[in-house]
Design a protein around this ligand. Sequence first.
Ligand code: ATP
Ligand code: MG
Length: 475
Amino acid sequence: MECGGNFTPAPTGIRGVRDNRGVGQGLLARRRFGFGESNLHETTSPSPLIVPRSKHRISRADISEHALKVLYRLKDGGYQAYLVGGGVRDLLLGREPKDFDVATDATPEQVRKVFRNCRLIGRRFRLAHVHFGREIIEVATFRGGGQDEDADGGHHIHKGMIVRDNCYGTREEDALRRDFSVNGLYYNIADFSVIDYAGGLDDLRAGRLRLIGDDPEQRYREDPVRMLRAVRFACKLGFNIDSSCERPLFELGHLLRDIPPARLFEEVLKLLQTGLGLCAFEKLRHYRLFAQLFPTTDALLDHEDHNFPITFVSRGLENTDRRIREEQPVTPAFLFAVLLWEPVRRRFTQLLAGDMAANEAMLLAAGDACARQRSLVAIPKRLVLPMREIWSLQPRLERREGKRPHRLLAHPRFRAAYDFLLLRAEAGEVDSALADWWTRFQAANSQTQAEMTAGTTKGRRRRRRAAIEKEMAGT
Ligand code: ATP
Ligand code: MG
């Protein structure tokens, strides 16, 4: 083992797996990659596959200068330092990594001593964040496999789920505690080799997502968010989820109920607002995971609206994906307004039919939808206000006479509400003539605008109400 002497070797629950699988997969990868034995240097148990610099494509030129700085400073401080996770995976695939994570045998406190620009964060996982302006390099100390239920630190398991994980370990143990084999690869700054304990290289080649270890269900139970990560990486990388890891996805969705809603909010953003929204949504629905996150929306999506499937959410996500591709701004408030619109719209229509005023009905419908969602995926308060505004502007966009359209145009949330209306029109939920009217109105000169907004007041109130009811009911 190449481990520094700072740690108490922790007992590992998956040693057998490591020996069987890590070594076996390593040999397989070696054959597929055509590495000759002489190129390999194997350490003692468990034997990782070590690919020297000359046999892989990772170049320091593709690694952020800040990540390199962190790696070299740790190395010069006498510690082990590796690039790990998505950074290594993406570089090996020839993709640009989203961020760079570092693993080391230095404890968080030791890391802090090496870097002035460093903050320690996290309770569940204690990590060091090294700040370089806007870039943050996350430095994690090797995790071990200890299962002691101690008061502070350690690897704390509750109902099969890891609730705290501060038991430090060796590089080998750290590798086997990671989620997917393709995320368990290490790039060693000491000799620029890539180290593979779990068959990650082989899986990268095959385009396969496979949880490390021989009991996928247990790995999902330890941390149910791994189910969402499976979906995310399958979409992001275009990989297939290995059948052994796919099967439990249909069964274990309910475990997401044990995850803090704030963490699920972050995961939902990563799933739906990073350019792979539509793919992730379809897979989440397929594995019945979406129902765990947005049960009310999910239930409504199973219904048809006047014999048409409800496509609003898919179109909203497609639209978000396109905006991201075109480097246009996207806001989480818009995304969540899309995700919760169906329950809001249904409730609003019911309340209107019960003779409630439109403003009040929208307030109530929005409040209901947000309150019901809160215990599952925590939408931060700062998003709730803009979401409510987007929704409550929808019936107001129906009113096209007099000064109202001008006032709406000046509303800070007009643009988002208009985009939302376009989406509703695209999904066939609202008459596209209304969306077209607003498109023309914005582009028109003041004389045309005046003509467009000239209307009689007689019977307007009654007509407006009837129109709103009709539009919101999707007829
Ligand atoms: P990306 O940053 O591209 O989204 P990533 O694989 O780097 O993907 P991160 O969330 O940045 O994902 O995590 C970094 C690494 O930490 C992962 O590659 C994986 O090795 C490990 N990891 C993250 N979350 C988990 C988890 N829930 N269980 C086990 N290992 C995890
Ligand atoms: Mg990462």
